[in-house]
Design a protein around this ligand. Structure first.
Ligand code: FES
Length: 112
């Protein structure tokens, strides 16, 4: 499967998130589409690598996303945790904007 429609650009406010479910070749993938403080869009797996809660319920700070449960901070470009307790990265996905639409390819996570 290739990039698929995730949401409209206007669905995601600056420093905001939007949770979407996309169908990958291995099943449904929960994705947080996030607009960082600079206005750039990112697609990161919505499941925290520490406690399996929804990262889209967390807080965007600059170019990072903070898990609401225990406070691990994830880099939105790489998915890597920048603070404990999470130690494993969260997958991030290629995102493209075509017109007013956001497309994400959940079958091609970025190598970081
Ligand atoms: S569940 Fe996200 S840091 Fe613990």
């Amino acid at each position: 499967m290739s990039a698929q429609f995730a949401c409209a650009v206007t669905d995601v406010a600056v420093s905001g998130t939007r949770r979407v479910e996309l169908e990958g070749t291995r099943g449904t993938v929960e994705v947080a589409v996030v607009r960082d403080a600079n206005g750039d869009l990112h697609a990161i797996n919505d499941v925290c690598s520490h406690g399996a809660v929804s990262l889209s319920d967390g807080d965007v700070d600059g170019t990072t996303l903070e898990c609401w449960l225990h406070g691990s901070v994830f880099d939105l470009s790489t998915g890597k945790p920048l603070s404990l307790p999470a130690t494993e990265p969260v997958p991030v996905y290629p995102l493209t904007v075509v017109g007013e639409s956001v497309f994400v390819d959940v079958d091609a996570p970025k190598e970081n």
